[in-house]
Write a protein that binds this ligand. Structure first.
Ligand code: SAH
Length: 270
């Protein structure tokens, strides 16, 4: 099946060093860089994978952006969750087509994109109206208006004040005080439902875990994922000298159903 590039589509131009530039194609448009100019016309009507040259002869390969390409280059207000953590969140929250997920706060919509693309029906709570609008625009830009209309809704709501939804499969949090959401999550999730919180600071982890320990959640776990890229050139095969050494910690837990005898530990007989 052939699918040539059309005006309005996004394309990634990758140079010979692997640097990537994301742009929206337009008739008469041009891409300017230190290596000169690439006219959009050189890409329009061509198949993905085509190589074009700039006015100084530099080589660029044109490809459709992956979700990872898009989230690191899309317009953002708030800091986004990076692809390595987005992938992990989809597994931890067991996201698959048809699951109902609450996300808060929504920020720039990077996590929303990952959730919606994995097939979830997503309700987002976001206190900042401008961020909610940006997130909606970003999700629509990459996944289309139809995906937004059918499976993505953002509400201007403070999740610390409560959650209106019931019977959710999972709740994914990226905000400063996730522990404030634990009580609301107990009523909003179905039994067995999953809570996942992304937090940059270990103090946030400690506080959240303390609150989870006295809640109806079980199987609490905290994990961090480090992605170390490698330099591979001939015999020089070693880790890159620089890495993004820290993004955030991921804490997950599952909601219990009714517990016979209540949550307090049974008194041990003498
Ligand atoms: N995960 C997002 C980034 C979220 S940034 C992404 O990948 O793009 C954190 C967001 O939480 C901010 O936009 C902030 O406005 C929002 N926020 C903070 N407290 C909130 C609350 N109590 N309820 C809802 N949103 C909140």
């Amino acid at each position: 099946m052939t699918r040539p590039f059309r005006p309005g589509e996004r394309v990634v131009l990758a140079d010979s060093k692997g640097r990537r530039y994301l742009l929206a194609l337009s008739e008469g448009g041009s891409f300017h860089s230190h290596t000169g100019i690439v006219e959009h016309e050189a890409v329009l009507g061509c198949e993905e994978g085509i190589t074009v040259r700039s006015t100084t002869g530099a080589r660029y390969t044109a490809m459709r952006p992956t979700l990872a390409d898009f989230v690191v280059q899309m317009p953002r207000g708030a800091q986004v969750i990076y692809p390595k953590d987005l992938g992990a969140i989809l597994m931890l929250a067991d996201v698959h087509p048809g699951v109902r997920v609450l996300e808060a706060g929504v920020g720039s919509g990077a996590l929303s994109l990952a959730l919606v693309r994995a097939g979830a029906e997503v309700v987002g709570y976001e206190v900042r109206a401008d961020f909610a609008e940006r997130a909606r625009a970003n999700v629509a830009a990459f996944l289309g208006e139809e995906a937004v209309a059918s499976r993505y809704r953002v509400e201007a709501a403070d999740v610390y004040a409560g959650i209106a939804e019931r019977g959710l499969d999972s709740i994914v949090l990226d905000l400063p005080e996730p522990w404030q959401v634990v009580k609301h999550a107990e009523s909003a999730l179905r039994p067995g439902g999953i809570l996942v919180a992304y937090t940059p600071s270990v103090l946030q982890v400690a506080h959240l875990r303390e609150v989870l320990a006295t809640s109806s959640f079980e199987l609490a776990e905290t994990v961090e994922f480090l992605a170390r890229t490698w330099h591979v050139e001939g015999q020089a095969v070693r880790p890159d000298h620089r890495m993004v050494a820290h993004t955030g910690f991921l804490t997950s837990a599952r909601l219990l159903g009714p517990v016979p005898g209540g949550l307090k530990p049974a008194r041990t007989p003498r």
